[in-house]
Design a protein around this ligand. Sequence first.
Ligand code: SAM
Ligand code: SF4
Length: 316
Amino acid sequence: MKDSLGRSINYLRISVTDLCNLRCQYCMPQSGITKKKHEEMLTIEEMLELAGIFVSMGINKIRLTGGEPLLKKGILALTESIALLNGLKDFSLTTNGVLLKDNAEALKKAGLHRVNISLDTLNPEKYKYITRGGDLANVLEGMKQAMRVGLEPVKINVVLIGGFNDNEIADFAELTKEGFEVRFIELMPVGEATQWSLNQFIPNTTVLERIDLKSVKSNDYSSPARYYEIAGAKGRIGLINPMTCKFCQSCNRIRITSDGKLKTCLHSNHEVDLKKALRENGDVKGLIQKTILQKPEAHLLENKEYLEKNMNQIGG
Ligand code: SAM
Ligand code: SF4
Protein backbone atom coordinates (compact mmCIF):
# COMPACT_ATOMS: atom_id res chain seq x y z
CA MET A 1 0.00 0.00 0.00
CA LYS A 2 1.30 3.45 -0.91
CA ASP A 3 0.06 6.79 0.37
CA SER A 4 -0.25 9.92 -1.79
CA LEU A 5 3.41 10.81 -1.11
CA GLY A 6 4.63 7.39 -2.22
CA ARG A 7 5.40 6.16 1.30
CA SER A 8 4.96 2.38 1.66
CA ILE A 9 2.52 1.59 4.43
CA ASN A 10 3.29 -1.87 5.80
CA TYR A 11 3.10 -1.51 9.59
CA LEU A 12 -0.13 -1.69 11.64
CA ARG A 13 -0.35 -1.08 15.38
CA ILE A 14 -3.51 -2.36 17.04
CA SER A 15 -4.48 -0.99 20.45
CA VAL A 16 -6.43 -3.90 21.94
CA THR A 17 -7.63 -2.04 25.05
CA ASP A 18 -7.44 1.44 26.56
CA LEU A 19 -7.40 0.03 30.10
CA CYS A 20 -4.19 -0.21 32.08
CA ASN A 21 -2.89 -1.51 35.41
CA LEU A 22 -0.49 1.47 35.67
CA ARG A 23 -0.95 5.23 35.38
CA CYS A 24 2.29 6.57 33.87
CA GLN A 25 2.57 10.32 34.40
CA TYR A 26 3.04 11.08 30.67
CA CYS A 27 0.31 8.76 29.42
CA MET A 28 -2.81 8.63 31.60
CA PRO A 29 -4.41 10.78 34.26
CA GLN A 30 -4.41 9.32 37.77
CA SER A 31 -8.17 9.18 37.96
CA GLY A 32 -11.29 9.88 35.97
CA ILE A 33 -10.85 7.00 33.53
CA THR A 34 -14.23 5.47 32.82
CA LYS A 35 -14.55 2.08 31.23
CA LYS A 36 -16.20 2.37 27.81
CA LYS A 37 -19.25 0.28 27.04
CA HIS A 38 -18.56 -3.16 25.58
CA GLU A 39 -20.32 -2.29 22.31
CA GLU A 40 -18.14 0.79 21.83
CA MET A 41 -15.02 -1.37 21.65
CA LEU A 42 -13.83 -3.71 18.94
CA THR A 43 -14.36 -7.35 19.80
CA ILE A 44 -11.49 -9.83 19.48
CA GLU A 45 -13.20 -11.21 16.35
CA GLU A 46 -13.40 -7.74 14.81
CA MET A 47 -9.73 -7.08 15.59
CA LEU A 48 -8.84 -10.32 13.85
CA GLU A 49 -11.05 -9.53 10.87
CA LEU A 50 -9.45 -6.10 10.50
CA ALA A 51 -5.94 -7.55 10.88
CA GLY A 52 -6.78 -10.03 8.10
CA ILE A 53 -8.04 -7.27 5.82
CA PHE A 54 -4.94 -5.16 6.42
CA VAL A 55 -2.58 -8.10 5.80
CA SER A 56 -4.41 -8.89 2.55
CA MET A 57 -3.77 -5.26 1.55
CA GLY A 58 -0.01 -5.44 2.13
CA ILE A 59 0.57 -4.93 5.85
CA ASN A 60 3.36 -7.34 6.89
CA LYS A 61 4.21 -6.01 10.33
CA ILE A 62 1.74 -5.94 13.25
CA ARG A 63 2.20 -4.77 16.83
CA LEU A 64 -0.36 -5.28 19.58
CA THR A 65 -0.40 -2.49 22.13
CA GLY A 66 -2.79 -0.70 24.49
CA GLY A 67 -3.50 0.41 27.29
CA GLU A 68 -1.95 -2.72 28.64
CA PRO A 69 -2.51 -5.51 26.08
CA LEU A 70 -1.93 -8.31 28.59
CA LEU A 71 -5.07 -7.21 30.46
CA LYS A 72 -7.21 -7.93 27.41
CA LYS A 73 -9.40 -10.99 27.72
CA GLY A 74 -8.73 -13.22 24.71
CA ILE A 75 -5.28 -11.76 23.97
CA LEU A 76 -3.73 -15.23 23.56
CA ALA A 77 -6.41 -16.38 21.12
CA LEU A 78 -6.03 -13.15 19.15
CA THR A 79 -2.25 -13.57 19.10
CA GLU A 80 -2.57 -17.15 17.90
CA SER A 81 -4.92 -16.21 15.05
CA ILE A 82 -2.95 -13.16 13.89
CA ALA A 83 0.26 -15.23 13.89
CA LEU A 84 -1.33 -17.52 11.31
CA LEU A 85 -2.11 -14.73 8.82
CA ASN A 86 -0.42 -15.40 5.53
CA GLY A 87 2.09 -12.71 4.64
CA LEU A 88 2.85 -11.47 8.16
CA LYS A 89 6.62 -11.14 8.63
CA ASP A 90 6.96 -9.37 11.96
CA PHE A 91 4.58 -9.77 14.91
CA SER A 92 5.29 -8.01 18.20
CA LEU A 93 3.63 -6.67 21.34
CA THR A 94 4.37 -3.66 23.55
CA THR A 95 3.75 -4.19 27.25
CA ASN A 96 4.56 -2.57 30.57
CA GLY A 97 5.86 -6.00 31.58
CA VAL A 98 3.89 -6.26 34.83
CA LEU A 99 2.04 -9.41 33.70
CA LEU A 100 4.72 -10.72 31.37
CA LYS A 101 6.33 -13.30 33.63
CA ASP A 102 3.15 -15.38 33.61
CA ASN A 103 2.31 -14.78 29.94
CA ALA A 104 5.62 -14.84 28.06
CA GLU A 105 5.72 -18.57 27.43
CA ALA A 106 2.10 -18.72 26.24
CA LEU A 107 2.64 -15.71 23.96
CA LYS A 108 5.66 -17.38 22.41
CA LYS A 109 3.70 -20.60 21.91
CA ALA A 110 0.85 -18.60 20.36
CA GLY A 111 3.28 -17.41 17.68
CA LEU A 112 4.28 -13.94 18.85
CA HIS A 113 7.77 -13.09 17.57
CA ARG A 114 8.99 -10.55 20.10
CA VAL A 115 8.14 -7.98 22.79
CA ASN A 116 8.97 -4.38 23.66
CA ILE A 117 8.86 -3.69 27.40
CA SER A 118 8.40 -0.15 28.67
CA LEU A 119 10.61 0.77 31.61
CA ASP A 120 11.73 4.27 32.53
CA THR A 121 13.78 3.67 35.66
CA LEU A 122 15.68 0.87 37.39
CA ASN A 123 14.95 2.32 40.83
CA PRO A 124 11.91 0.81 42.63
CA GLU A 125 10.88 4.08 44.32
CA LYS A 126 11.16 6.09 41.13
CA TYR A 127 9.26 3.37 39.27
CA LYS A 128 6.46 3.64 41.79
CA TYR A 129 6.40 7.41 41.25
CA ILE A 130 6.43 7.50 37.46
CA THR A 131 3.85 4.69 37.07
CA ARG A 132 1.80 5.91 40.08
CA GLY A 133 2.08 2.70 42.06
CA GLY A 134 3.82 0.02 39.97
CA ASP A 135 6.16 -2.66 41.34
CA LEU A 136 9.48 -2.76 39.47
CA ALA A 137 10.25 -6.36 40.53
CA ASN A 138 7.42 -7.68 38.36
CA VAL A 139 8.83 -5.98 35.27
CA LEU A 140 12.38 -7.22 35.89
CA GLU A 141 11.07 -10.78 36.18
CA GLY A 142 9.00 -10.31 33.00
CA MET A 143 12.09 -9.13 31.12
CA LYS A 144 14.08 -12.20 32.17
CA GLN A 145 11.24 -14.52 31.25
CA ALA A 146 10.80 -12.91 27.82
CA MET A 147 14.48 -13.53 27.14
CA ARG A 148 14.29 -17.10 28.50
CA VAL A 149 11.41 -18.10 26.21
CA GLY A 150 12.96 -16.39 23.17
CA LEU A 151 10.63 -13.44 22.49
CA GLU A 152 13.69 -11.82 20.96
CA PRO A 153 15.10 -9.32 20.44
CA VAL A 154 13.66 -8.14 23.76
CA LYS A 155 13.53 -4.37 23.42
CA ILE A 156 13.31 -2.04 26.42
CA ASN A 157 11.54 1.27 25.70
CA VAL A 158 12.85 4.07 27.92
CA VAL A 159 11.09 7.43 27.68
CA LEU A 160 13.73 10.02 28.51
CA ILE A 161 12.44 12.40 31.18
CA GLY A 162 14.48 15.43 32.20
CA GLY A 163 15.49 15.44 35.86
CA PHE A 164 14.00 12.00 36.33
CA ASN A 165 15.96 9.33 34.48
CA ASP A 166 18.73 11.16 32.61
CA ASN A 167 21.07 10.09 35.44
CA GLU A 168 20.28 6.42 34.61
CA ILE A 169 21.32 6.45 30.95
CA ALA A 170 24.53 4.53 31.63
CA ASP A 171 22.68 1.95 33.76
CA PHE A 172 20.17 1.32 30.97
CA ALA A 173 23.02 1.04 28.46
CA GLU A 174 24.52 -1.73 30.66
CA LEU A 175 21.40 -3.84 29.96
CA THR A 176 22.64 -4.24 26.38
CA LYS A 177 25.46 -6.42 27.79
CA GLU A 178 22.77 -8.89 28.88
CA GLY A 179 21.39 -8.96 25.33
CA PHE A 180 18.51 -6.48 25.69
CA GLU A 181 18.04 -3.81 23.03
CA VAL A 182 17.53 -0.46 24.78
CA ARG A 183 15.60 2.27 22.98
CA PHE A 184 15.54 5.81 24.33
CA ILE A 185 12.40 7.63 23.18
CA GLU A 186 11.83 11.37 23.36
CA LEU A 187 8.92 12.38 25.55
CA MET A 188 6.00 13.57 23.42
CA PRO A 189 3.30 16.09 24.41
CA VAL A 190 0.06 14.12 24.23
CA GLY A 191 -3.42 14.48 25.72
CA GLU A 192 -3.89 15.55 29.33
CA ALA A 193 -0.16 15.10 30.03
CA THR A 194 0.84 17.62 27.31
CA GLN A 195 2.04 20.35 29.68
CA TRP A 196 3.79 17.89 32.02
CA SER A 197 5.61 16.38 29.04
CA LEU A 198 6.66 19.74 27.63
CA ASN A 199 8.06 20.73 31.04
CA GLN A 200 10.07 17.52 31.44
CA PHE A 201 11.30 17.23 27.85
CA ILE A 202 14.98 16.73 27.12
CA PRO A 203 16.38 15.83 23.70
CA ASN A 204 17.83 12.41 22.96
CA THR A 205 21.20 14.04 22.20
CA THR A 206 21.59 13.90 26.01
CA VAL A 207 22.21 10.15 25.62
CA LEU A 208 25.09 10.82 23.21
CA GLU A 209 26.56 13.37 25.63
CA ARG A 210 26.39 11.08 28.68
CA ILE A 211 27.81 7.81 27.34
CA ASP A 212 30.36 6.72 24.79
CA LEU A 213 28.46 5.24 21.87
CA LYS A 214 29.59 3.82 18.58
CA SER A 215 27.20 4.28 15.67
CA VAL A 216 26.08 1.02 14.01
CA LYS A 217 24.39 0.50 10.66
CA SER A 218 20.88 -0.90 10.50
CA ASN A 219 19.36 -2.50 7.45
CA ASP A 220 15.81 -1.74 8.64
CA TYR A 221 15.33 1.52 6.76
CA SER A 222 11.73 1.99 7.89
CA SER A 223 12.71 1.95 11.60
CA PRO A 224 12.65 5.42 13.16
CA ALA A 225 15.57 4.45 15.45
CA ARG A 226 19.21 5.39 14.95
CA TYR A 227 21.40 2.63 16.30
CA TYR A 228 24.48 2.63 18.50
CA GLU A 229 26.34 0.27 20.82
CA ILE A 230 28.65 0.36 23.82
CA ALA A 231 31.81 -1.72 24.08
CA GLY A 232 31.17 -5.32 25.07
CA ALA A 233 27.44 -5.21 24.34
CA LYS A 234 25.33 -7.97 22.82
CA GLY A 235 22.34 -5.70 22.16
CA ARG A 236 22.02 -2.34 20.42
CA ILE A 237 20.96 1.06 21.71
CA GLY A 238 18.34 2.83 19.60
CA LEU A 239 17.52 6.53 19.73
CA ILE A 240 14.02 7.48 18.63
CA ASN A 241 13.70 11.23 18.20
CA PRO A 242 10.16 12.18 17.20
CA MET A 243 10.63 15.70 18.54
CA THR A 244 14.14 16.79 17.52
CA CYS A 245 14.40 14.79 14.32
CA LYS A 246 11.13 14.06 12.60
CA PHE A 247 10.93 10.75 10.77
CA CYS A 248 7.59 11.50 9.06
CA GLN A 249 9.22 11.30 5.62
CA SER A 250 9.77 7.57 5.99
CA CYS A 251 6.72 6.85 8.19
CA ASN A 252 5.30 3.44 7.26
CA ARG A 253 2.76 3.06 10.09
CA ILE A 254 -0.93 3.30 10.75
CA ARG A 255 -2.93 2.58 13.90
CA ILE A 256 -6.28 1.17 15.00
CA THR A 257 -7.60 2.35 18.35
CA SER A 258 -9.39 -0.06 20.67
CA ASP A 259 -12.72 1.52 19.65
CA GLY A 260 -12.03 0.77 16.01
CA LYS A 261 -10.79 4.09 14.63
CA LEU A 262 -8.12 4.18 11.95
CA LYS A 263 -5.39 6.78 12.51
CA THR A 264 -2.78 7.46 9.85
CA CYS A 265 -0.70 9.79 12.05
CA LEU A 266 -0.10 9.39 15.80
CA HIS A 267 -0.22 13.14 16.37
CA SER A 268 -3.24 13.98 14.23
CA ASN A 269 -6.74 14.09 15.67
CA HIS A 270 -8.15 12.80 12.39
CA GLU A 271 -9.76 9.35 12.73
CA VAL A 272 -11.92 7.15 10.53
CA ASP A 273 -14.47 4.75 11.99
CA LEU A 274 -13.66 1.24 10.74
CA LYS A 275 -15.82 -0.43 13.39
CA LYS A 276 -18.92 1.24 11.99
CA ALA A 277 -18.00 0.26 8.43
CA LEU A 278 -17.38 -3.32 9.57
CA ARG A 279 -20.68 -3.58 11.49
CA GLU A 280 -22.67 -2.06 8.61
CA ASN A 281 -21.05 -4.35 6.05
CA GLY A 282 -19.54 -1.34 4.33
CA ASP A 283 -16.61 -1.22 1.95
CA VAL A 284 -13.90 -1.50 4.62
CA LYS A 285 -11.06 -1.97 2.13
CA GLY A 286 -12.17 1.04 0.10
CA LEU A 287 -12.38 3.15 3.25
CA ILE A 288 -8.89 2.06 4.32
CA GLN A 289 -7.44 2.89 0.89
CA LYS A 290 -9.09 6.31 0.86
CA THR A 291 -7.89 7.09 4.41
CA ILE A 292 -4.31 6.07 3.66
CA LEU A 293 -4.27 8.49 0.73
CA GLN A 294 -5.08 11.23 3.27
CA LYS A 295 -2.13 10.39 5.56
CA PRO A 296 -0.64 13.74 6.61
CA GLU A 297 2.80 14.66 5.31
CA ALA A 298 4.14 15.32 8.81
CA HIS A 299 3.13 16.00 12.40
CA LEU A 300 2.80 19.62 13.43
CA LEU A 301 4.00 19.49 17.03
CA GLU A 302 6.27 22.49 16.45
CA ASN A 303 3.09 24.48 15.64
CA LYS A 304 1.63 23.30 18.96
CA GLU A 305 -0.91 21.05 17.26
CA TYR A 306 -1.22 18.39 19.93
CA LEU A 307 -3.21 15.21 20.23
CA GLU A 308 -6.34 15.47 22.35
CA LYS A 309 -6.63 11.79 23.27
CA ASN A 310 -4.36 10.26 25.88
CA MET A 311 -1.66 7.84 24.74
CA ASN A 312 -3.30 4.80 26.37
CA GLN A 313 -6.17 5.22 23.89
CA ILE A 314 -3.84 5.01 20.90
CA GLY A 315 -1.01 2.72 21.91
CA GLY A 316 2.08 4.82 21.29
N1 SAM B 1 1.03 -0.32 28.25
C1 SAM B 1 1.99 -0.70 27.29
C2 SAM B 1 3.35 -0.13 27.61
O1 SAM B 1 3.44 0.76 28.45
O2 SAM B 1 4.30 -0.59 27.01
C3 SAM B 1 1.61 -0.37 25.88
C4 SAM B 1 0.96 0.96 25.62
S1 SAM B 1 1.97 2.39 25.89
C5 SAM B 1 0.86 3.70 25.48
C6 SAM B 1 3.07 2.28 24.50
C7 SAM B 1 4.33 3.10 24.59
O3 SAM B 1 4.00 4.48 24.53
C8 SAM B 1 5.14 2.89 25.85
O4 SAM B 1 6.47 2.53 25.52
C9 SAM B 1 5.10 4.24 26.52
O5 SAM B 1 6.28 4.52 27.24
C10 SAM B 1 4.94 5.16 25.33
N2 SAM B 1 4.40 6.46 25.67
C11 SAM B 1 3.24 6.75 26.29
N3 SAM B 1 3.08 8.07 26.42
C12 SAM B 1 4.18 8.65 25.86
C13 SAM B 1 4.62 10.00 25.68
N4 SAM B 1 3.88 11.02 26.11
N5 SAM B 1 5.80 10.21 25.04
C14 SAM B 1 6.55 9.17 24.61
N6 SAM B 1 6.19 7.88 24.74
C15 SAM B 1 5.03 7.63 25.37
FE1 SF4 C 1 -0.29 2.09 30.93
FE2 SF4 C 1 1.57 1.87 29.04
FE3 SF4 C 1 0.31 4.18 29.46
FE4 SF4 C 1 1.99 3.36 31.29
S1 SF4 C 1 2.52 3.88 29.17
S2 SF4 C 1 -0.09 4.15 31.69
S3 SF4 C 1 1.75 1.20 31.19
S4 SF4 C 1 -0.61 2.33 28.72
